[in-house]
Design a protein around this ligand. Structure first.
Ligand SMILES: Cc1cc2nc3c(=O)[nH]c(=O)nc-3n(C[C@H](O)[C@H](O)[C@H](O)COP(=O)(O)OP(=O)(O)OC[C@H]3O[C@@H](n4cnc5c(N)ncnc54)[C@H](O)[C@@H]3O)c2cc1C
Length: 320
């Protein structure tokens, strides 16, 4: 098993975000109704919603809350999926698909409401999310999305190329899809804020405690770390792409499904008020229709934080 001393990756978010809560390591044997492995958005949100139902929950994290993807992403709050549209989802999954579409439609508002309700200092801005179209042929994607999400009652609008130029300050795009309920947050601040709220609500979080393995014993799950163990009625594995990182035997079936995709992000110096009057004056979060995604948003200090992915073949380092 790896040690828990994984370095905190250097990033804008790590530089500007106040420290998270002081957390104990897992030592000895403890019990809970539910044990959650991983303190990213998935694990922390699960723990918070369980606490809201009065369920006793313990989260075990290999490093610290937000150390994984949740503390390193672009912080765009996007109330849609990248590929399937509502009709595809409902056609394939029936009533469950309808519930999923409703959840996706409301997802941004659920998050912003939660941030307001618990007063999480996550630099949240519900300024909308926009998907500009990067080639004339893809305007059909925006038209289809606006048509389908409108039918579902989502606050969406189709933008012409002129409207997109005014919204973004660039004529690089051919129009696009605007969802007014989206926006952006500081992702590491959200993860650390969620950790504070889980504790305030009576949940437990153990940090610097990589889970080595879990197994079923009778009607309980036993989760083991180097120095302790948790026995629980139910188990949630929320270790994401890091599933094989700290322990090869944690969940080989999940770890074998993980495929590396390179991604880059960079931030400008804070932009002047004059520049901000032209470049995305409405401060929307933006991610366009490129397969490799070009995305950008302002942070709370008016830096433009932008990035993309490197998908497919060729010299990835060169392309990065
Ligand atoms: C560069 C980039 C940009 C992105 N931009 C956006 C965006 O703008 N908007 C958006 O919605 N999504 C974005 N995403 C996706 C988003 O970040 C993830 O979907 C989300 O953070 C996943 O949360 P999670 O809790 O499932 O996983 P993670 O945040 O990765 O958390 C998993 C946790 O499990 C812990 N763990 C792993 N193994 C163990 C173990 N053995 N024992 C204990 N703990 C363990 C890890 O330490 C980690 O903290 C982006 C992702 C990347 C990489």
């Amino acid at each position: 098993m790896e040690t828990a001393n994984a370095p905190w990756p250097k990033s804008l978010w790590a530089a500007v975000t106040p420290a998270g809560p002081d957390l104990p390591e897992l030592k000895g044997s403890v019990e809970a109704d539910v044990v959650v492995i991983g303190a990213g958005f998935t694990g922390l949100s699960t723990a918070l919603h369980l606490r809201e139902q009065g369920i006793d929950v313990a989260v075990v994290e290999a490093v610290e809350p937000g150390w994984g993807a949740s503390g390193r992403n672009n912080g765009q709050v996007i109330p849609t999926l990248s590929r399937p549209d509502p009709e595809d989802i409902i056609k394939r999954h029936g009533a469950a698909g309808e519930r999923l579409v409703g959840l996706i439609r409301d997802s941004a508002s659920i998050l912003f409401d939660l941030v307001r309700r618990y007063q999480i200092q996550a630099e949240a801005e519900q300024s909308g999310w926009v998907q500009p179209v990067h080639s004339p042929g893809r305007i059909k994607i925006a038209e289809r999305r606006v048509r389908q999400w409108s039918k579902q009652g989502a606050p969406v609008e189709l933008l012409s190329s002129d409207e997109m130029r005014t919204m973004l300050g660039s004529s690089a795009w051919y129009g696009g899809f605007w969802n007014k309920s989206g926006g952006h947050i500081n992702p590491l601040a959200l993860a650390r804020g969620l950790a504070h709220v889980v504790l305030q609500q009576g949940g437990r979080i153990y940090a610097r405690s990589p889970v080595d393995s879990y197994e079923r014993e009778g009607d309980r799950w036993i989760v083991r770390t180097a120095q302790g163990q948790i026995s629980a009625r139910a188990l949630v594995v929320a270790s994401n792409a890091y599933t094989g990182e700290f322990s090869k035997q944690l969940s080989p079936g999940i770890a074998s499904e993980v495929m590396p995709v390179l991604s880059w992000q960079m931030a400008t110096q804070p932009l002047s008020e004059q520049a901000r009057r032209v470049i995305i004056p409405g401060r929307q979060a933006v991610s366009d229709t490129h397969g490799e995604l070009y995305f950008m948003r302002y942070d709370a200090r008016n830096r433009l934080v932008t990035g993309g992915n490197v998908v497919g073949f060729g010299d990835k380092t060169e392309r990065l």
